[in-house]
Design a protein around this ligand. Structure first.
Ligand code: NDP
Length: 231
């Protein structure tokens, strides 16, 4: 069965690698990014894979959701992957909080995934697989926070986890499953060069894990390799 998968932040990093991995498994991919005309890597993939469609979506711009909703009217979506993310300023120690930056980080990491689901809920209901994955981070786990700091990023991913949990509960009666996924520490612009995981490997493993998850895992926080993580 060929699936249709929508991915945000698909122009680089984990989003781009997830896009590639979905295309390799023959999905129809709706790859969303802020500036499609600059998304060279996506355009290269589109030359090889005709099932790739590139769309504009700045996840903090309500108007762009409406435009994309119109463009995708009547298109069933099987998998909705909210990947776009922002770490924010490099300094996030106590006493250095940039409150304006915090609003932006919350808007991208916590608020946008909910808007994405609200916007495309009818497309998701029309799909066969009916799955949502939000790309969270173990940095958002409160019980795994043994080092402190990282106030903006940690709080945004903890908020995202709370959003995901409610989504899973609210959508269960529609047969929609929803998971919060930690992608591992991955070599990307955000993860940095010291990260142990190659982005293609991490994305492929994450996708395999997603394929294996079932209703019993809906509403849970899961690592790319399938381990359940504590909130
Ligand atoms: P990158 O910084 O490499 O890429 C971030 C992506 O998000 C880019 O495509 C970027 O687009 C997009 N993005 C940011 N803001 C917006 C916006 N307003 N609208 C649309 N797209 C936006 O990060 P990664 O690939 O490493 O991270 C992907 C996800 O994985 C994030 O949610 C991150 O928090 C999470 N994660 C990553 C880890 C890692 O080790 N790398 C570890 C744990 C979680 P643009 O190019 O336009 O800026």
């Amino acid at each position: 069965m060929s699936l249709t998968t929508l991915i945000t932040g698909a122009n680089r990093g984990i989003g781009l690698a997830l896009t590639h991995a979905c295309l390799r498994r023959d999905d129809q991919v709706i790859a969303c990014c802020r500036t499609p005309y600059q998304a060279q890597q996506l355009h290269k993939l589109a030359e090889i894979y005709p099932k790739l469609a590139i769309h504009q979506l700045d996840v903090t711009e309500p108007e762009e959701y409406l435009q994309l909703k119109e463009a995708l009217a009547g298109t069933p979506i099987d998998w909705l992957i909210a990947n776009a993310g922002l770490y924010g300023p490099p300094e996030q120690a106590l006493g250095q909080t940039d409150y304006y930056a915090w609003q932006q980080v919350m808007a991208v990491n916590a608020m946008a995934p909910l808007r994405l689901v609200e916007t495309f809920l009818s497309n998701l209901e029309a799909g066969d697989a009916k799955r949502i994955a939000v790309i969270s981070s173990v940095m958002g786990s409160i019980s795994e926070n043994h080092q402190g700091g990282h106030y903006l990023y940690r709080s945004s991913k903890a908020a995202l986890n709370a959003v995901l949990r409610s989504l899973a509960l609210d959508l269960a009666n529609k047969g929609i499953q929803a998971y919060a996924m930690h992608p591992g520490w991955v070599k990307t612009d955000m993860g940095g060069e010291a990260a142990p995981l190659d982005v293609e490997d991490a994305a492929s493993t994450l996708l395999l894990t997603l394929e294996r998850l079932d209703a019993a895992s809906s509403g849970k926080f899961i690592s790319y390799d399938g381990q359940q993580l504590p909130w």
